[in-house]
Design a protein around this ligand. Structure first.
Ligand SMILES: CC(C)(COP(=O)(O)OP(=O)(O)OC[C@H]1O[C@@H](n2cnc3c(N)ncnc32)[C@H](O)[C@@H]1OP(=O)(O)O)[C@@H](O)C(=O)NCCC(=O)NCCS
Length: 139
């Protein structure tokens, strides 16, 4: 079953402006080392960060919290598997919130998809709760 959805649209030029103004302070506050390494390898650093910014906002909506004061952006992190598909990992407060949302006997799976087309970057997040197979009950 679906237990959360979230979406966000981020402006790449605005992210570029923030990078120009705050540089590493912004990078380190919001993005994990993995996210920063991916952006650094690319010509389009701002669009890579904008997609991940949108993903974090979308994830906070799917978790039902939004971006409250004090939440840690780095606790919602995007990485990519070998095919390029993005994966969202949550730690800290976000992991705790996900556990609270997940019904007993289920595991939560976070689905994320990203796109960008200058000047916009967009993300959708869907959180699925999947029944954990119980080998004893299928015997
Ligand atoms: C996936 C693909 C359609 C993206 O289209 P695009 O118009 O170039 O780019 P978009 O702005 O719409 O989307 C980019 C995002 O798509 C996502 N994406 C990339 N590959 C993906 C995949 N296999 N499955 C799902 N999402 C994927 C990523 O999140 C990417 O952003 P990121 O790299 O910053 O994380 C295109 O890159 C593609 O067809 N790639 C081929 C995959 C490939 O060759 N893989 C080789 C390894 S097996």
């Amino acid at each position: 079953m679906i237990i959360g959805i979230g979406t966000d649209l981020a402006n790449i030029d605005r992210i570029q402006g923030t990078l120009d103004r705050f540089g590493d302070r912004f990078r380190n506050r919001v993005f994990t080392d993995t996210e920063q390494a991916k952006a650094k390898r690319r010509v389009e650093e701002a669009s890579t960060f904008a997609k991940r910014w949108a993903a974090k906002e979308a994830c906070s909506k799917a978790l039902g919290t939004g971006l409250r004061m004090g939440i840690k952006w780095r606790d919602m992190a995007v990485s990519n598997i070998r095919t390029g598909q993005p994966v969202m990992e949550v730690t800290g407060w976000a992991e705790k919130r996900l556990a609270e949302l997940t019904p007993p006997g289920h595991e939560a799976i976070i689905h994320v998809t990203l796109t960008d087309d200058e000047p916009w970057a967009q993300a959708f997040v869907v959180i699925e709760a999947r029944l954990v197979a119980n080998p004893a009950s299928s015997a």
